[in-house]
Write a protein of this length. Structure first.
Ligand code: OGA
Ligand code: NI
Length: 384
């Protein structure tokens, strides 16, 4: 396998001043963002905004109220904006600036980090290796943060000089937030507080980081910065572009634009954490729950209306402003087999998804590129 065509840096294309985008970036009509003059949205609803300050505070009522908000957001939306999330605003600003500075380096410096399709680690411009695929209007830098054994700082940018340090510090704070959310979700699901954290592999949990760069685009109505997809992992914590509302999420058939609140972080539920919610499980089931929160989600058909949902989302581009977003993806330990718990599968309640490791699962995104939630759908056993 290798990149099927010569990799073109979208930033270079954009800076070349072209008026019309090359044909390989033009999306089919049905995938283009619908720009309606004056109003971009079908429905005037916003993704939930949750203040996390009381999550592990002392007041039990406020704590419960926050848990309920998270619960509702994860079930109804699969995404929410978080404020008072504990990550230093200063560090967030620094992290974004460091990556903006990286993307503004001369091309030949960035090319030293050009990534390969086998690992994706480094400076990249496409997701997927299908020849002739329609491409997204963005460049990125992808790196492994956790587990420590996969962290290789020599593959992280040496310039700007503070980059490695800032990424390490930023990652550390976002990991803390992720642990807090894993606890909250475990409690909400009637599990022990440390349940999801352990199920992700504890200290061996995977965390990858991607800095996305969305260059200015002369024809934003024809393309996307990132095509529709659901994140293949567990939880994504995104530092969005605050200047331009770029991120859109699919909700009840409508693309809703997320209007980012300053200093917020966006929490996105990925495929591995689509969870059935059946209230507190009987105690004898506790030890089997680790596999339930994974892709075996619709195990109990009756509760399929009440699950944490991974959310389909995409990014639009803009003709006047470029943008940088930072995504941190938290994934189950890569060689953990994710499958339906045997004890919960019967003829009447068959497992609906194939068992596989996360490493195997994400190969799809890496070969086919982003394609909505087709991957998860394709893993459903044919039960008809
Ligand atoms: C992603 C993603 C959204 C954004 O990196 O998976 O969805 O706004 N990013 O950059
Ligand atoms: Ni995403």
């Amino acid at each position: 396998m290798s990149w099927p065509e010569q990799v073109v840096r979208v930033q270079s294309l954009s800076e070349s001043g072209l008026r019309a985008i090359p044909v390989q970036y033009i999306k089919p009509l049905s995938e283009r963002p619908l720009f309606k003059p004056g109003s971009q949205f079908h429905r005037h609803v916003d993704v939930p905004l949750i203040d996390l300050q009381h999550l592990f505070g002392k007041d039990p009522n406020l704590h419960l109220d926050t848990l309920n908000r998270i619960s509702t957001a994860c079930r109804d939306w699969g995404i929410f904006q978080a404020v008072n999330h504990g990550v230093s605003h200063k560090l967030m600003t620094k992290a974004r600036q460091v990556w903006r500075d990286f993307f503004n380096l001369p091309l030949q410096v960035k090319q030293e980090y050009a990534n390969a399709e086998t690992t994706y680690e480094g400076y990249g411009s496409r997701l997927g290796v299908e020849k002739g695929a329609v491409l997204d209007w963005s460049d990125y830098f992808f790196l492994h943060y956790l587990p420590i054994s996969l962290r290789n700082q020599s593959k992280w940018p040496e310039q700007p000089s503070s980059c490695r340090e800032v990424v390490a510090q930023y990652g550390c704070e976002v990991v803390k937030l992720c642990r807090t959310l894993q606890k909250a979700m475990s409690i909400d699901l009637g599990l022990k507080e440390e349940y999801i954290e352990n199920a992700f592999g504890g200290d061996y949990m995977g965390a990858c980081f991607r800095a996305n760069f969305y260059p200015k685009c002369p024809q934003p109505e024809l393309t996307l910065g990132l095509s529709s997809h659901s994140d293949p992992g567990g939880i994504t914590i995104l530092l969005p572009d605050y200047d331009v509302a770029r991120l859109q999420v699919l909700n009840h058939g409508d693309w809703i634009t997320v209007n980012p609140v300053p200093d917020s972080l966006i929490v996105i539920i990925g495929d591995q954490i689509q969870v059935p919610i059946v209230g507190s499980p009987p105690p004898f089931l506790y030890k089997y729950w680790y596999s339930i929160y994974c892709i075996c989600v619709y195990l109990i058909q009756v509760v399929s209306n009440a699950i944490y949902n991974s959310v389909e989302h995409r990014v639009t581009v803009n003709s006047a402003k470029d943008g940088v977003s930072l995504a941190m993806f938290f994934n189950p330990k890569s060689d953990l087999v994710i499958e339906a718990a045997e004890e919960l599968v019967s003829e009447e309640r068959p497992a609906l998804y194939e068992a596989m490791t996360f490493d195997h699962y994400r190969v799809h995104m890496r070969t086919k590129g982003p394609c909505g939630k087709k991957r998860l759908e394709s893993l459903k056993f044919n039960t008809s």
